[in-house]
Design a protein around this ligand. Structure first.
Ligand code: 13P
Length: 246
C-alpha cells in the first residue's frame, strides 16, 4: 500500500514561512514514492491551496465542525474545507480531545462530516502515559476507534487512522517500532472485524517521528505512514521522513 506522510503544522506558520516551506517541498516532489500532505491552520488554506495547485502535494486541515452550517461562531464546516480543495482533515487529535474536551462521539461525528463531504478524515487515537502505565493502551485505542466504526459503518475503510501515543507527542520520546507495531496490529484487527476492506486503511504513526527514527517505524508491517508535528515545520527534516517512506 502506498504510504502517506502528513505534516500537522498545528498552530504554527505565517504567510512568509508557509511560502518558503511549501516551495521547498514542491521542489522535491519528483523523488516522492509516497503520498504527502500538509495540514495547515484554516486561515492559511487559501494561501496553501494556491501554492500546491496542480502538484502532488495534498492539502489538509486540522479540524472541522460537527455541524453542517449555521449559528456556530468560530467553526469551520466540511463544505467550507472542500471549497478550498482540502483532501484530508485531522479529527480527534489528542490536543483537541484534551484542550477542547472532544469526546469519542464528537470525533466520530466529525469523521462522518468529513466523509460526507468527500474529505478523508485522519482519525487520531492514542493513550496517555498514565493509561499506558496502567496497562490500558489497547483498551483506550479500541474504545476510541470503536466510536468511529459505530458511527461510520462500512465507510470505515475510507478513513486514515493515526496512532499517536500522547506521551510521545512533542516530547522527543517515540514509541519503539515494536511498541507501535503492536498497537497498529490491534487497530488493524479491529478494522478487519468491521470491514472486509480494512487492509486498505492506512494506519499512520505519530509522535516525535523524525529523520532518524522514521525508517525503522515505517518498516513495520502495519505502519503505513506518519503524522508529523515538529519535524513537519522544517523542509529538510520533513523531506527526509518522506524519503524514508517507500
Ligand atoms: P510531534 O511530531 O511534534 O511529536 O507531533 C506529533 C503530532 O501530534 C502530529 O499530529
Amino acid at each position: 500500500m502506498k504510504k502517506l506522510i502528513a505534516g500537522n503544522w498545528k498552530m504554527n506558520g505565517s504567510l512568509s514561512a508557509n511560502a518558503a516551506l511549501v516551495q521547498a517541498l514542491l521542489d522535491d516532489t519528483s523523488d516522492w514514492a509516497c503520498d504527502v500532505a500538509v495540514c495547515v491552520p484554516p486561515v492559511y488554506l487559501a494561501q496553501v491551496q494556491s501554492l500546491v495547485q496542480g502538484s502532488v502535494l495534498g492539502l489538509g486541515a486540522q479540524d472541522l465542525s460537527t455541524q453542517e452550517a449555521g449559528a456556530f461562531t468560530g467553526e469551520v464546516s466540511a463544505a467550507m474545507l472542500k471549497d478550498f480543495g482540502v483532501r484530508y482533515c485531522i479529527v480527534g487529535h489528542s490536543e483537541r480531545r484534551q484542550y477542547h474536551q472532544e469526546s469519542d462521539a464528537t470525533v466520530a461525528l466529525k469523521a462522518q462530516r468529513a466523509l460526507a463531504a468527500g474529505i478523508t478524515p485522519i482519525v487520531c487515537v492514542g493513550e496517555t502515559l498514565a493509561q499506558r502505565e496502567a496497562g490500558l493502551t489497547e483498551e483506550v485505542v479500541k474504545r476510541q476507534l470503536a466510536a468511529v466504526v459505530h458511527t461510520n459503518g462500512h465507510c470505515i475503510s475510507e478513513i486514515v487512522l493515526a496512532y499517536e501515543p500522547v506521551w510521545a507527542i512533542g516530547t522527543g520520546k517515540t514509541a519503539s517500532p515494536q511498541e507501535a507495531q503492536q498497537v497498529h496490529h490491534v487497530l488493524r484487527s479491529q478494522l478487519q472485524a468491521a470491514s472486509q476492506h480494512a487492509d486498505r486503511v492506512r494506519i499512520l504513526y505519530g509522535g516525535s517521528m523524525n529523520a532518524s527514527n522514521a525508517a525503522a517505524l515505517l518498516a513495520q508491517p502495519d505502519i503505513d505512514g506518519g503524522l508529523i508535528g515538529g519535524a513537519a515545520l522544517q523542509a529538510a527534516a520533513f523531506l527526509s521522513i518522506v524519503a524514508a517512506a517507500h
